[in-house]
Design a binder for this molecule. Structure first.
Ligand SMILES: Cc1cc2nc3c(=O)[nH]c(=O)nc-3n(C[C@H](O)[C@H](O)[C@H](O)COP(=O)(O)OP(=O)(O)OC[C@H]3O[C@@H](n4cnc5c(N)ncnc54)[C@H](O)[C@@H]3O)c2cc1C
Length: 305
C-alpha cells in the first residue's frame, strides 16, 4: 500500500494503519488490516472503493457478521461501511418502497419500517448484517430472503461507474449472488431499494417480538458469525454436524455450540486457526460419513496459516 493511496484516502476520511480486524467482526478474531477507513456516505464509499482499487486489494465490511478474518490479517484496504442513510417510504403506484444505504443493518431496516406501519421485511429483524452484505449472500430467515423484496441495488465498479441492478440481474439465490460467485466483476453495493407493504404497526411489532423470542430460544449469544455452513438440499446443516458427533466439540477456544450446532462460538481468545480447524474437521467427517460436501456460509478473508 503506497503513500499515494493514503494521501487520497485521507481526503475522504481518517485512515488507520494495522487496524486489528477482531474489533470489527462479530466473531471477534482476525489479524490487522494494512489500511482501514470508515465511510459514512455513498460518495465516500464510492470514492474510497475506486481509490483503493486503483492501488490494490479492497475489502468492504458491513457489520462483519459473515466473515472470518485470518490470523495473519488483511493485505490491502478495508472499507468499514457505515453509510446508513435511510429515506422515508414512498409510493410509486405499485406499492410502497424505501431506499437505504448499504451500511444500514437489515435488522434496523425491518424494525424501523415496522414501527412506521410498513411490513414486508419484518422477518429480517434478527439479521445483524448490513444491507450490502445481505445483497452479497441474499440474506434470509423464516423462508424469506432479500431477493423476495429487493427492487434494485446501486453498485459501483472499480472504475466508479454506477449501475442499478434488479434482484434477477444480481442472480440472488440461496445464500448467493452474482457478487459472491464473481459473475459480475468486483463491485461495491452502495444502496438498495426495497419493496414494502402497508401494515399495522402494532401487529408488525408483535410479529417481531415473536421472531425475537424464537431466535433467543434457538440461537446462542456471544461471539459468532451466525450459521457456519449452508444447508445441504436434503436437511439442515446442524443435523449433519450433529450426525458427525460434533455438537459441543471444542478446539482451542472455539466450539460448536451446544445450543445450535451450526454455530461456532468464540469462547474468548479463539484464533481463526481454531475456527478453521473445527470447520475442516466437520467437513472431513461429514464427507467421510455421507459423501456430502459442506459449504461454508461464512466468507474467509485475509491470510490464514
Ligand atoms: C447472530 C447472527 C445471526 C445471523 N442470522 C442470519 C440470518 O438469519 N440469516 C442470514 O442470512 N444471515 C444471518 N447472519 C449472517 C449475516 O448477518 C448475514 O450474512 C449478513 O447479510 C452479512 O452482512 P454483513 O454486513 O455483516 O457482511 P460482512 O460480514 O461485513 O461481509 C460479508 C461479505 O460481503 C461483502 N460485503 C459486505 N458489504 C458489502 C458491500 N456494501 N458491497 C460489496 N460487498 C460487500 C464482504 O466483503 C464479505 O465478502 C447472522 C449472523 C450473526 C452473527
Amino acid at each position: 500500500m503506497n503513500d499515494e493511496l493514503i494521501t487520497e484516502l485521507s481526503r475522504i476520511a481518517p485512515v488507520k494503519r494495522d487496524e486489528p480486524m477482531s474489533r470489527h467482526v462479530t466473531f471477534g478474531v482476525g489479524g490487522p488490516a494494512d489500511l482501514f477507513v470508515s465511510v459514512k456516505s455513498e460518495e465516500q464509499l464510492r470514492e474510497a472503493f475506486v481509490s483503493g482499487k486503483r492501488h490494490g486489494a479492497v475489502y468492504i465490511f458491513g457489520s462483519g457478521s459473515n466473515v472470518l478474518v485470518g490470523d495473519g490479517g488483511i493485505r490491502g484496504l478495508v472499507i468499514d461501511n457505515q453509510h446508513a442513510e435511510i429515506g422515508e417510504p414512498w409510493e410509486n403506484g405499485v406499492g410502497p418502497r424505501v431506499s437505504a444505504g448499504s451500511g444500514l443493518s437489515f435488522a434496523t431496516l425491518a424494525r424501523r419500517m415496522a414501527s412506521g406501519g410498513f411490513g414486508g421485511v419484518e422477518w429480517a429483524c434478527g439479521i445483524p448484517g448490513s444491507l450490502g452484505g445481505a445483497v452479497v449472500s441474499n440474506a434470509g430467515a423464516y423462508g424469506r430472503s432479500l431477493g423476495d423484496v429487493l427492487i434494485s441495488a446501486r453498485l459501483t465498479n472499480a472504475e466508479g461507474a454506477v449501475s442499478e441492478l434488479t434482484a434477477a440481474e444480481l442472480e440472488l439465490d440461496y445464500r448467493k449472488s452474482a457478487l459472491a460467485t464473481g459473475t459480475i466483476g468486483e463491485s461495491a453495493v452502495l444502496s438498495v431499494d426495497v419493496r414494502l407493504q402497508r401494515g399495522d404497526a402494532e401487529a408488525l411489532k408483535e410479529t417481531i417480538r415473536s421472531f425475537d423470542k424464537q431466535r433467543k430460544s434457538a440461537q446462542p449469544t456471544g461471539q459468532n458469525c451466525g450459521s457456519v455452513f449452508k444447508n445441504p438440499p436434503d436437511k439442515a446443516a446442524w443435523e449433519y454436524v450433529d450426525g458427525a458427533g460434533l455438537r459441543g466439540h471444542r478446539i482451542g477456544n472455539a466450539q460448536f455450540s451446544e445450543q445450535h450446532s451450526n454455530f461456532i462460538l468464540n469462547l474468548r481468545g479463539a484464533t481463526a486457526k481454531d475456527i478453521t480447524s473445527l470447520i475442516e474437521l466437520a467437513q472431513a467427517r461429514i464427507r467421510e460419513q455421507t459423501g456430502i460436501e459442506m459449504t461454508p456460509e461464512v466468507a474467509f478473508v485475509g491470510e490464514f496459516e
